[in-house]
Ligand binder design. Sequence first.
Ligand code: TXA
Ligand code: MG
Length: 360
Amino acid sequence: MWHRTELIRSENLHRAGELIKLGRLVVFPTETVYGIGADAGNPDAVAAIFAAKRRPADNPLIVHIPALAELPVVASAVSTLEYALLESFAPGPFTLVLPRAAAIAPDVSAGLSTVAVRVPLNTVAQRFLAVAGRPVAAPSANRSGEPSPTSFAAARTAMSGRVAAIIDGGDCRYGIESTVVKVDSGRRRVVVLRPGSVTIEMITAALTELAVDATRSRSDPDHESWSSYRVCFAGDLGAGGDDAAAASPGTRHPHYQPRAPLYLLPGDRRELLCPNSFGCRVGMLLLESLPDRLHPTPLVKVFRDSEEYGRLLYRSFAWFDSVGCDAIIAQLPPAAGVGLAVRDRLTRAAGGRLVPLQPR
Ligand code: TXA
Ligand code: MG
């Protein structure tokens, strides 16, 4: 369906709240990426999100609330450990999977009994959610399979004509989607279903701290055993009978792909990058420094660390597409900290393609 899309400035959020109450779609900024929001309790509004994005019906949505006080409207149960993790990382780029409450439309969860909940840190997002006055289901504001928009201009390009309104909230601070986490109390582990800017190292440190605090206060004997929880990345758990991949259905679909095919550098083979050796217009994403023989050009982006790489990753894809690159080459950052999330997005976007090895 074609819509005349209103552009809403951050001073006029009451209009955005009104549209949500009417069951319409509103694109809004968060600190990670822009999202397409709709009333999470209205099944027709939720169905409209899937249609606007052409999203597969088996990929569940994240529900956004302005503060943890609203949690009981979204989740039917929260353990003390889950609540402690939320208190450690919310508001922020952190999403926790919990049992779904009755007020949330079942299609939000794409057939699962759980719901993913997030409290964004971005102040425009918080004010928008407060005026909407109800939980807002929102996937990233890209068409399914494409990179997520991290600026107002990118959100407008992706969603104009498909939604009722787009809120202008400037550029996103982190640039990659939130960390999605599920607590598996049976196996005593915290599973990171999708890595993001709240890193495995940060969650591990928080768990240690929570276990120490709990032991000190001795308020509940179960708290002491939090120290036995491990934090693991679902991508490392492997398929072999494990339920982790099934638990995060979104990871099954192609994702984050620019128009130009993306190729990863095998290992750290930066010597493969000779100017003009590819015979076509190539955009490059590199970390830390330029390899010998290459000179800075608008098509060669060098990031100083994984945080900057993550923040500018989708914007770089959009830039390379806008100047008509035939291919994009990317160096993988180390698998530590935010680097794990950047590797995850690059690996999925490349769909297994590596830079072809050149004869030496
Ligand atoms: O940063 C973000 O999380 C952004 C902003 C808008 O908040 N949203 C976002 O939504 O990235 P989306 O729909 O693009 O990604 C949602 C991810 C998918 O990987 C999906 O499988 C997972 O969250 N997810 C949602 N509900 C789930 C559930 N009940 N169980 C497991 N995974 C779930
Ligand atoms: Mg997405």
